[in-house]
Write a protein that binds this ligand. Structure first.
Ligand SMILES: Cc1cc2nc3c(=O)[nH]c(=O)nc-3n(C[C@H](O)[C@H](O)[C@H](O)COP(=O)(O)O)c2cc1C
Length: 363
């Protein structure tokens, strides 16, 4: 889970919190309830004359100067426990074998000990050639995480990029959360200037508005991951954690704000219109058709978190099978719109309907 609370001295306490962050999404239903991604309101136009052969379709693409076999990233998730080591190990194997990108979970805990660092670096061990993304929290930056620490976090996994996650909603609901974001944009600007890898900024399931995107572009970030509403709810995860520690006020807050945020498709369309930066779309993507829709809406890459976690927790075979399924669905969509490559998919015609069209116009 995005970790923005004070790292306790006791490593076992850190491990327990990280364990909750995997086990709650895995074993309880913490997906969006009263909202969706709005991707169901995006229609790609069927092409009865595709004039291409399915087997000739090329899924490969380039993002931040790196070649990927498909426009797909395993979104930032975990680290810090034994279970996370197994999951990161499997996700790393997948990223390597399939040429996908992979984000690690919030890594500040990894600065605490070699043992904790190894729960993240297993990904690099298993994916020597993959695009790996290191992870820190915006609230930690605001609070004083140093450039030197950020560099150590990047080095820990030999990262190709560094993500700063913004999670104001989670900080509010988390029993030990610290909803303090003053000064975060200045810290992001400073980070951008000091790091020698690209800095990406992401949400964790509440989306990025056009105004926030413009400010991030001005701060010099290299890409934005909109991580919108409609998938895993971090208000939901923290609500269940609040129940566990009998924090009734936080539990109620989590209940009230469970579905708060900008649906993924609405965030993506508005951010695409507002900035020139390359974009990653995530938040509630569950199949290859949705990946294709996001590319058509202007995302360079799409990312999924929960579905990869679920498959990786089961077995390596389930994980590889899930990736095969998503890629086949993406390729099928490309066949049906007559797009032989990702560039052509990106210029496919689409129609916006329903509440999405009401929110952003018909496109
Ligand atoms: C188990 C789990 C742990 C997560 N931990 C992090 C994290 O440490 N840092 C982060 O930036 N996002 C984290 N996220 C958020 C995801 O990267 C993603 O933005 C969000 O879950 C929405 O995607 P989804 O609906 O596909 O799960 C986590 C998500 C899950 C499911």
């Amino acid at each position: 889970m995005p970790d923005t609370s004070e790292v306790p001295s006791d490593i076992e306490v850190i491990k327990q919190r990280k364990k909750d962050g995997i086990e709650i999404p895995l074993n309880k239903d913490v997906q969006a309830r009263a909202t969706s991604t709005y991707l169901e309101y995006v229609k790609l136009v069927h092409n009865a004359l595709p004039e291409i052969d399915y087997d000739d379709i090329d899924l490969s693409t380039t993002f931040l100067g790196h070649r990927f076999s498909a426009p797909l990233i395993i979104d930032s998730m975990t680290g810090g426990t034994d279970e996370a080591t197994v999951i990161n190990g499997r996700l790393g194997e997948l990223a390597q074998k399939y040429g996908l990108g992979m984000g690690l979970g919030s890594q500040r805990a990894g600065l605490k000990s070699e043992e904790l660092a190894a729960t993240y670096s297993i990904a690099r061990k298993n994916a020597p050639g993959a695009f790996l993304i290191a992870n820190i929290g915006g609230a930690q930056l605001a609070k004083g995480l140093t450039i030197d620490e950020a560099r150590k976090i990047v080095k820990m996994i030999g990262a190709n990029a560094l993500v700063v996650h913004l999670n104001p909603l989670q900080e509010l609901v988390q029993p030990e959360g610290e909803p303090r974001y003053r000064g975060v944009l200045d810290k992001i600007s400073e980070l951008v200037k000091s790091m020698d890898v690209p800095v990406i900024v992401k949400e964790v399931g509440a989306g990025i508005s056009r105004e926030a995107a413009i400010r991030l572009e001005m701060a010099g970030v290299s890409a934005i991951n909109v991580a919108g509403a409609g998938g895993t709810s971090w208000a939901g995860v923290e609500k269940l954690r609040a129940d566990m520690v009998k924090d009734r006020a936080k539990a109620r807050l989590g209940e009230v704000f469970w579905d708060w945020g900008i649906p993924t498709a609405a965030s993506l369309v508005q951010v695409r219109r507002a900035v020139k930066l390359p974009l990653i779309a995530s938040g509630g993507l569950r199949n290859g058709l949705e990946v294709a829709k996001c590319v058509a809406l202007g995302a360079s890459m799409a990312a999924m978190a929960y579905p990869f976690l679920k498959a990786a927790a089961k077995s390596k075979e389930s994980l590889f099978e899930f990736a095969d399924t998503v890629l086949a669905e993406l390729k099928s969509t490309m066949f049906l719109v007559g797009a032989q490559n990702v560039r052509s998919l990106a210029s496919s015609r689409y129609i916006l309907t329903g509440p999405l069209a009401e929110e952003v116009g018909r496109g």
